[in-house]
Ligand binder design. Structure first.
Ligand code: SF4
Ligand code: SF4
Length: 180
């Protein structure tokens, strides 16, 4: 049930989410092809943060993956075709046999925050042009407990400039700013 008043910062929301749902650190096998790609620069940071784990896989740039990227970045079709050519592959975080990211522990992500992939830090927020939006994820407690982007930001203790900065870092890491 959603809150009717402006929520307070709740640093435990993702922990509470993990008690009930799979969280954003989980992907069903059939959804792996649609997981966010992990760029070279992000992968270097992840490896430095947990050198004991080699937690990436290559998956095909399927038509559905490319279609999804183009939906997320409606003005970057040509760049997507260049960065993610059909019949090639892209890197994703590896999942275990139950579908959980191999960097996940019972205490949450083992990676220090500063080396986590940009999409991990950004979720559940997204940016469309000038608008800051959110994914409507049923299994995300932030989405379930809030009614607006502002409330979600409040709950996570984040603000709009932070989200825009993360989004800009993600775009840059994925090579979408080249040639601009
Ligand atoms: S890297 Fe960490 S935050 Fe990102 S999906 Fe894996 S466990 Fe979750
Ligand atoms: S961001 Fe959402 S889906 Fe991810 S752990 Fe937090 S509440 Fe759950």
């Amino acid at each position: 049930m959603k809150a009717s008043t402006m929520p307070q910062i709740d640093p435990t929301v993702c922990e509470r989410c993990a008690e009930k749902y799979h969280t954003c650190c989980h992907a069903e096998p059939q959804d792996i092809e649609l997981c966010f790609p992990l760029s070279d620069s992000e992968w270097e940071r992840v490896k430095a943060g947990a050198p004991e784990i080699n937690g990436a896989n290559e998956v095909a740039n399927t038509p559905e993956f490319i279609k999804t990227l183009k939906r997320l970045f409606p003005h970057d079709g040509k760049k997507i075709d260049i960065q993610f050519p059909a019949n090639e592959t892209h890197r994703v975080l590896q999942s275990n046999e139950k579908g959980y990211c191999v960097y996940l522990t019972e205490q949450g992500c083992r990676l220090p925050r500063e080396v986590r992939p940009w999409f991990c830090l950004l979720f559940p927020f997204w940016v469309r042009g000038k608008e800051l939006t959110m994914f409507t994820a049923q299994g995300c407690l932030v989405c379930r407990e809030t009614d607006t982007v502002e409330e979600s930001l409040e709950l996570l203790g984040m603000d709009k400039p932070q989200v825009r900065e993360l989004f800009a870092s993600l775009r840059s890491a994925w090579g979408f700013d080249k040639g601009e």
